[in-house]
Design a protein around this ligand. Structure first.
Ligand SMILES: Cc1ncc(COP(=O)(O)O)c(C=O)c1O
Length: 378
C-alpha cells in the first residue's frame, strides 16, 4: 500500500467504480450525476468566443473579474466581488480549500450523512474530527436532538448541503434556522454546499447566508456544472466574508491557482442568462423526475419524489436483496442499469444498505429505456 494513511481508507470514489461497471456491462448509467445531453449552445459559443478572443492565459487567482462580478450580481444578498468571491476548479476544490484553509488538526466538524463523499476525505487530509449526524429514512429531515448534541465547544464548522445529494431534500426554513441558531451559539462556520441551488423542483431554496446574522459566518458553494449541463468544465465558487475568503484563497493558490480562463469568461455570461432559461431548465427536470419516480413506483420500489437535485434515493428492500451493493450488481448485470449503492455516503448508520441512488439528469429516451429494463426486476 503506497497511498498515504490520510487517504488510504477512502479508496476509489464510488462514482468512478460504478461508471466503470456501467461500461463493462453495457448498462444505462444512472449512477454518476452528469447529463447525457449536451450543454446549451449559448454557453458553448461563449467559451469558443473567449478562446478566440485570447482569454487563454492564467486568470486572476481568485477569479476572472468578469466572473466574480456576475457571481456577485446574481447572488441573493449584496457581496463584494473582489473580496468575497473565489472561483475554483469545481466546488469539489472549494470544499477542499475551505476545509484546508480554515480547519486545524483536532477541530471538530459536523457532517450530515448521507453526504457528498469528498467531505470526509478532505476532513481526513486536514486532520479534523468529523462528528456525524444522520438524516433518517424515509423523510430525511434534520433531527433537532441529534444536531444539538453534535455541537460542542470544539465545533469549528458544520457542513450542510441543500438541495441535498443524495436524498433530494430541500431544507426548510425551520431546519436552516436551527442550524443557524446553533452555529451562532457555538461560533461555528457554516459551509453551505448549494451546488443544486437552481435545481429546486418543489418548494423554495433558502440560502442560509440570507438568514439573520448568518452572512458573516457562512461560506456558500455554488457550481456552474449542474445548471448549464457542463459538469466537465469544473467551474465552482465560494461566496464568503473576507476573513474566510482570505483563508480559502490561501489554499486555492497552492492547489490549482486558477480555474480555466476561457471557461470562466463563458461562465460570466452564462450566469446572466434570462429567467426563461432557468424556468425551462426546472420544467424539463420536473418531467424527468416524474417519469423516473412513476417508473420506479410501477416496478415496485418505495420512492419519495425528491424536492430538489437530480437524484432519487429509492428503497430497494421490496426486492429482497441483502444490501445495496449486491442489489446494484444485480441491476447492472441483469437489468443493464447502473445506480449508486449509497452506503458510500454513510459513515455510522446502516440505512444506506436498503437504498439505491438513481440520477435523472438523462434524456427522456434514456429514462424510458431504463424504466423498461427495470421491469426485469418484477
Ligand atoms: C453535493 C455536491 N457537492 C459538490 C459537488 C461537486 O461539484 P463540482 O462538479 O462543481 O466539483 C457535487 C457533484 O456532484 C455534489 O453533488
Amino acid at each position: 500500500m503506497t497511498t498515504a494513511k490520510r487517504l488510504a481508507q477512502f479508496g476509489e470514489t464510488v462514482f468512478a467504480t460504478w461508471s466503470r461497471i456501467a461500461i463493462e456491462n453495457d448498462a444505462i448509467n444512472l449512477g454518476q450525476g452528469f447529463p447525457d445531453f449536451d450543454a446549451p449552445d449559448f454557453v458553448k459559443e461563449a467559451a469558443i468566443r473567449a478562446i478566440r478572443d485570447g482569454e487563454n492565459q492564467y486568470s486572476r487567482s481568485a477569479g476572472h473579474p468578469l466572473l466574480v462580478e456576475s457571481i456577485a450580481d446574481t447572488f441573493e444578498i449584496p457581496v463584494n466581488p473582489m473580496d468575497e468571491v473565489t472561483v475554483t476548479c469545481g466546488s469539489t476544490e472549494t470544499i477542499s480549500n475551505a476545509i484546508l484553509g480554515l480547519v486545524n488538526p483536532g477541530d471538530e466538524v459536523i457532517v450530515i450523512e448521507p453526504f457528498y463523499d469528498s467531505y470526509l476525505a478532505c476532513l481526513s487530509i486536514a486532520g479534523a474530527i468529523p462528528k456525524i449526524i444522520t438524516l433518517h429514512a424515509p423523510d430525511f429531515t434534520l433531527n433537532e436532538n441529534e444536531l444539538r448534541e453534535a455541537f460542542s465547544e470544539t465545533t469549528k464548522m458544520i457542513i450542510i448541503n441543500s438541495p441535498h445529494n443524495p436524498t433530494g431534500r430541500v431544507f426548510s426554513r425551520d431546519e436552516l434556522s436551527l442550524v443557524a441558531e446553533l452555529a451562532i451559539q457555538h461560533d461555528a462556520i457554516v459551509l453551505s454546499d448549494e451546488v443544486y441551488d437552481k435545481l429546486v423542483l418543489t418548494g423554495t431554496h433558502i440560502p442560509i447566508a440570507t438568514l439573520p446574522e448568518m452572512k458573516e459566518r457562512t461560506i456558500t458553494l455554488r457550481s456552474l456544472g449542474k445548471v448549464f449541463s457542463v459538469t466537465g468544465w469544473k467551474i465552482g465558487w465560494a461566496v464568503a466574508p473576507s476573513k474566510f475568503t482570505m483563508a480559502i484563497r490561501h489554499a486555492h493558490q497552492f492547489t490549482t491557482f486558477c480555474a480555466a480562463t476561457p471557461l470562466q469568461v463563458a461562465a460570466a455570461s452564462a450566469l446572466r442568462a434570462p429567467k426563461s432559461y432557468f424556468l425551462q431548465y426546472t420544467t424539463e427536470y420536473r418531467q424527468r423526475r416524474d417519469l423516473l419516480v412513476e417508473g420506479l413506483l410501477r416496478v415496485g420500489f418505495n420512492v419519495q419524489s425528491p424536492e430538489g437535485t437530480y437524484f432519487i434515493l429509492a428503497d430497494h428492500t421490496p426486492f429482497g436483496f441483502e444490501d445495496d451493493i449486491s442489489f446494484c450488481h444485480h441491476l447492472a448485470q441483469k437489468c443493464k442499469v447502473v445506480g449508486i449503492p449509497p452506503t458510500a455516503f454513510y459513515c455510522q448508520s446502516n440505512e444506506g444498505k436498503g437504498l439505491v441512488r438513481f440520477a435523472f439528469c438523462k434524456s427522456i429516451l434514456t429514462l424510458k429505456t431504463a424504466v423498461e429494463r427495470l421491469q426485469a426486476l418484477c
